[in-house]
Design a binder for this molecule. Structure first.
Ligand code: KG4
Ligand code: ZN
Length: 478
């Protein structure tokens, strides 16, 4: 959790309050000093709009015109926005308040660790109930810790995808309730974009373009971030993500899952010999940037069976010999799982530099990027290529509200937000949630021929939506 900071000055709060009470955006121009855009300059991302109200236009095509249009940015870097971010896409209920200066005013995360430990994975219905139980408290605590009231907010940002729709709904409903009551604009956020962009809050000198490796429980992405809202997907997983492999390995080794499987494996691996079990590195024959962890998971399962390790006996009460065997498997698994990351990152760096020779950073983010072994191995890869590795601190790598609020800041600044929802929106309004929502367009050279590649797509990628909307903007007048 982040420390507290002084309250906003009452003058600013008053102005913001007034601003929010006015009929939608009309009188906002009177408060130019605050540099709030008087209306959305660019169409919103997608929005958490109910499908039965008039939704923002969503068009598809792909182009590369972002730079010119982003010059219309209505806000300068000294703007003073205060954004509440809400995240409920998976098993953590999180909220945070962030200023556009990058100052984190508060950060609150309520995790469903007990549920995870009990069920060994995320059960959507249970996760939804757990979010619903704590969401009000988590948001209130974030506001209290920031020493703010809802009235001090400029906008609300919320994850609208990808993730479990039952879970996304809880956060989106809460965000819309607050935004509707206070007449606040709302920013619909892509969860994976948020994992990448939070690195720009941490490191102010991180400019586009940069390369990002996003590694979590459900995603394994290598993306070239060319600009805000413009991502090229160099690689993804053809089956499982690395975090899923960590979690299952931990479960099968009888580890304490209360902090999720990743940290438990990382810790146990220190005791083991990483060369003890010769697991095969996945996808060696594929000269692309895609990942596969299902096969490695299976290798681990077979090894555990072969060594007759009984996960019913928790590691805390097993013999030292058995503990040693488990530690060897943990260390050997981790070595190969990360070697797979290293190999694909090496290729992605080569591809990225071909497309954008000015790339200087590899951002590693998502829960697995909080792992010290992962960080040190990736660091060696980037150093070999004369790049720098940038990893947000662990509390910003795992799911959190700060990354959502910050992504809200980034998009709000360029005018990508939705107008306030109606104050009396019915509880059962149909919401635009995006459980499967790609971040970028696939790099043509990187297309996988791996047969199991998941193809199902419900929504157009964030990048294609934004690029299409940019194309439709009138040319900036200079
Ligand atoms: O980004 P995240 O918090 O949630 C998702 O969006 O999925 O990532 C959660 C994943 C889990 O699989 C968890 O086991 C893994 O990140 N994780 C770790 C570590 N901390 C969290 N994996 C390896 N080492 C860690 N220290
Ligand atoms: Zn995540």
């Amino acid at each position: 959790m982040t420390g507290l900071v002084p309250t906003l000055s009452s003058r600013i709060s008053w102005r913001l309050n007034l601003l929010h009470k006015t009929t939608q955006y009309v009188t906002i121009r009177a408060f130019k000093a605050l540099r709030i855009p008087s209306r959305p300059v660019l169409p919103p991302l997608s929005s958490a709009f109910p499908l039965n109200s008039s939704p923002p236009r969503l068009v598809s095509s792909y182009s590369n015109k972002s730079a010119a249009v982003q010059m219309q940015n209505p806000l300068s870097s000294d703007d003073n926005l205060v954004i509440l971010g809400i995240e409920t896409s998976c098993d953590d209920t999180a909220a945070a308040v962030v200023r556009s200066s990058g100052e984190i005013l508060s950060q609150v995360v309520s995790s469903q660790a007990d549920l995870l430990a009990r069920y060994g994975g995320v059960a959507p219905k249970m996760a939804e109930q757990a979010h619903a139980q704590v969401i009000d408290q988590v948001v209130q605590e974030a506001l209290d810790k920031a020493q703010l009231t809802e009235m001090d907010l400029t906008a609300v940002a919320v994850t609208i995808g990808p993730g479990l729709s039952l879970c996304l709904r809880v956060g989106v409903q809460k965000a819309r309730k607050i935004a509707g009551r206070l007449n606040l604009p709302i920013v619909g956020v892509h969860h994976m974009e948020a994992h990448a962009l939070v690195a720009r809050l941490v490191e102010k000198k991180l400019q586009f373009p940069f390369l990002a490796l996003l590694i979590s429980g459900g995603h394994n992405l290598l993306v070239l971030a060319r600009d805000l809202g413009h991502y090229i997907q160099l690689g993804t997983t053809v089956d499982d993500a690395i975090g899923e492999a960590y979690d299952k390995t931990a479960k099968w080794l009888g580890l304490d899952m209360r902090r999720s499987g990743g940290p438990a494996i990382e810790e146990l691996a220190h005791e083991g010999d990483a060369e003890a079990v010769k697991f095969r590195v996945p996808m060696k024959q594929h000269k692309d940037c895609n990942f596969s962890y299902a096969g490695l998971k299976n290798q681990v399962r077979l090894e555990i069976e072969a060594q007759s390790i009984n996960a019913e006996i928790p590691i805390s009460s097993t013999s030292s010999e058995d503990r040693g065997a488990r530690a060897n498997i943990a260390a050997s698994f981790q070595r190969v799982a990360v070697l797979h990351l290293e190999e694909k990152c090496q290729r992605a760096i080569e591809w990225a530099l071909k497309i954008e020779p000015s790339v200087k950073y590899l951002v590693a983010s998502g829960g697995v990027a909080s792992n010290k072994f992962v960080r040190s191995r990736l660091n060696q890869v980037v150093e070999r290529n004369a790049l720098q590795l940038l990893c947000p601190p662990p509390s910003l790598c795992t799911d959190n509200g700060v990354m959502i609020a910050w992504t809200g800041v980034e998009h709000f600044r360029v005018g990508r937000y939705d107008p306030p929802p109606p104050a009396n929106e019915p509880e059962d309004a149909q919401l635009d949630l995006r459980p499967r929502w790609p971040l970028g367009e696939e790099y043509a050279e990187g297309r996988s021929d791996a047969r199991s590649m998941r193809k199902a797509r419900i929504h157009q990628s964030l990048t294609s939506l934004i690029q299409a909307s940019l194309l439709e903007q009138p040319k900036p007048t200079v």
